[in-house]
Design a protein around this ligand. Structure first.
Ligand SMILES: *Cc1c(COP(=O)(O)O)cnc(C)c1O
Length: 360
């Protein structure tokens, strides 16, 4: 059996089927159905946030967030994230301006933000990379001082608490992804979170084609809804959240124990964080060593992924920007396999192979 970087959490099929039976009985598949409503309520409760909308996926969530804040011009963002963080900015006709990252936390470096602010800057869009909180205090201060909006791409952040609050509670808007590869998933799906009732109203309208009622439109919208079947998967999986978080903590602890004393660096998690262990990234001393490790693992049917490579500053539609730290880290970082059913024997085997190939 292949060991891949991630595998979706698969709940007991009977529990999912029970929800499906209800969907069949009601003959209600999408358009703000009862399961979508229930999932939104349960997620708000779980995360203890004011307003949350369930969205078709994390990318549309980002695009709706940018639109709902009416952002124009330049958006300061991180080069070290999944491509959707940058592509949604460009898709919404704004210009991404890359601010380099901190080499320890892998998040946008607040001390480098201000030098990139121009009269055209309207917002900061930062990713809580691998679920590690950005320095939200510093980012907030800078945003307030310059009148900028803040969006967090919190696609990895579900389950992380920062200063006792869900990481999704930070920013003017936080977006999340519930894609099958994420810690908590609804197969495809995402969310937008805000504490502002006005922003919520705007996003709710935009999620549903701009409708404000069956016959009225409040503005431009898109189809950002999600279905009853996806919500059913979310409701089924939500019951296992604590179990998922606890298992990942054990797996990551084992990885760390096995890999200490090797010339590898782990991501530094911000203090005051209850971390969700959503990924297990390892930074090697050189790209050459990383490729050696990859080759040896691949030969044994183990498939880690180069998250995130290449650096988004190197995208063809991002012009003339360099982010030396992100570009360097991108070449040397590997996310090791991490999923609910990964066994401790498999972790031992992965670590043995890594040790052996580093020694070459
Ligand atoms: C997964 C991911 C997204 C996109 O989410 P989808 O639900 O797949 O559209 C955006 N940003 C980051 C950082 C991600 O990891």
């Amino acid at each position: 059996m292949n060991i891949t970087v991630t595998k979706p959490f698969t709940p007991p099929i009977a529990e999912f089927q029970a929800y499906l039976k209800g969907i069949w009985d009601r003959e209600w598949f999408t358009n703000n159905g009862p399961l979508v409503n229930e999932l939104e309520l349960r997620l708000k409760d779980e995360l203890d946030v004011n307003h949350l909308l369930y969205i078709s996926n994390g990318t549309i969530a980002l695009q709706i967030a940018i639109r709902a804040l009416d952002l124009k011009g330049e958006i300061l963002t991180t080069p070290f994230s999944y491509v959707a963080t940058t592509s949604s900015i460009v898709w919404e006709n704004c210009v991404p301006v890359m601010v380099d990252i901190c080499k320890d936390t892998l998040n946008i470096d607040p001390s480098k933000i201000e030098q990139f602010i121009t009269p055209r800057t309207t917002a900061i869009l930062a990713t809580h990379v691998f679920g590690n909180p950005c320095d939200t205090e510093e980012i907030d201060l800078i945003a307030k001082k310059h009148g900028l909006k803040v969006i967090y791409d919190a696609a990895h952040a579900f389950g992380t608490l920062y200063k006792g609050k869900s990481l999704l509670a930070y920013g003017d808007i936080a977006t999340c992804s519930f894609h099958a590869t994420k810690l908590f998933h609804t197969i495809e799906g995402g969310a937008v979170v805000t504490s502002s009732p006005e922003i919520l109203k705007n996003m709710a309208m935009m999620r549903n084609f701009g409708h404000t009622s069956a016959t009225e439109f409040g503005g431009l919208g898109v189809n950002g809804k999600n279905s009853e079947v996806h919500a059913a998967m979310g409701l089924t999986n939500l019951k296992y959240l604590q179990d998922i978080l606890a298992t990942r903590e054990i797996l990551c602890r084992q990885y760390k124990l096995n890999l200490t004393n090797l010339p590898v660096v782990f991501q530094k998690i911000l203090p005051d964080t209850q971390y969700n262990n959503s990924y297990f990234p390892v930074i090697f001393q050189s790209e050459k060593i990383l490729l050696q490790v990859m080759e040896s693992l691949n030969l044994n049917s183990i498939y880690p992924r180069r998250y995130f490579y290449p650096s988004l500053s190197e995208l063809p539609y991002v012009n003339n920007q360099t982010s030396p730290i992100a570009e360097d880290i991108s070449r040397r970082i590997l996310c090791l396999p991490l999923y609910h059913t990964l066994s401790s024997e498999e972790i031992d085997m992965i670590c043995r192979l890594i040790k052996r190939s580093i020694r070459y």
